[in-house]
Design a protein around this ligand. Structure first.
Ligand code: PGA
Length: 248
């Protein structure tokens, strides 16, 4: 049995004080969750969020990490810097980073390996664009992202994968539960081939893209879907809590 994981991706929202207020509102709403819960906050919110999350069942996540241990990389943040504040998860290769910040499968791979090495759990994002889906390239794109992005990972169970069709992110257009289930099933098959069947069975694969309080139950009922990476709905405590409590 794979334990579900619901993670919020705040993206570039919430100042530190706004983030603390959100966390304080969220804590009592999710304290009886039967799944892993995390919030991935902007880097500068991390110290305040870490303090606010103390003693709660909500884990702290970051939205990116650099692959070097340290050095001349202006504007970047290392895994050790995140670890010092008790960060446990880190989103890597989100489609917004691929689209706006030149992230490639190769840099995704380097960041992922560095995060694992430091003891962080990467949430590695993969997914196709609308054009790629409409021209029948979904499987090829995912296979490439897996092949290159997850290269040289020794223990696949140390990562979480987020399948996020780019056309469903922030658009209000969700993949149908069947579509998401089928595509995640394909991802798992690829992992079984490229890594091993046993670890493919164990690795948690989230769905992301306009998941909300209204559609989460249907998505989470699908056998291949092990959780959600939640953008917009993670900014509202009640909405995010409803997703975390999908099984209640
Ligand atoms: P969304 O974002 O829920 O707002 O579509 C998901 C994500 O980008 O992780």
């Amino acid at each position: 049995m794979r334990r579900p994981i619901i993670a919020g991706n705040w993206k570039m929202n919430n100042t530190a004080s706004e983030g603390v207020a959100l966390i304080e509102a969220l804590k009592p709403l999710v304290q009886d969750a039967n799944c892993d819960v995390a919030v991935c906050v902007p880097a500068i919110d991390i110290p305040a969020a870490a303090e606010a999350l103390k003693g709660s069942n909500i884990a702290l996540g970051a939205q990116n990490v650099h692959f070097a241990k340290k050095g001349a990389y202006t504007g970047e943040i290392s895994a050790d810097m995140l670890k010092e504040y008790g960060v446990t998860y880190v989103i890597i290769g989100h489609s917004e980073r691929r689209q706006y910040f030149g992230e490639t499968d190769e840099t995704v791979n380097k960041r992922t390996l560095a995060a694992i090495e430091a003891g962080l759990t990467p949430i590695v994002c993969i997914g196709e664009t609308l054009e790629e889906r409409e021209t029948g390239k979904t499987e090829a794109v995912l296979a490439r992202q897996i092949e290159n992005g997850l290269k040289d990972i020794e223990d696949l169970t140390k990562i979480v994968i987020a399948y996020e069709p780019v056309w469903a992110i922030g658009t209000g257009r969700t993949a149908t539960a069947e579509q998401a289930n089928e595509t995640i099933g394909y991802i798992r098959k690829q992992l079984a081939e490229k890594f091993c069947p046993k670890c493919a069975e164990k690795v948690r694969i989230q769905y992301g893209g306009s998941m909300n309080a209204g559609n989460c139950k249907e998505l989470m009922a699908m056998p291949e879907i092990d959780g959600g990476l939640i953008g917009g709905a993670s900014l509202k405590p009640n909405d995010f809590a409803a997703i975390v409590n999908f099984d209640k």
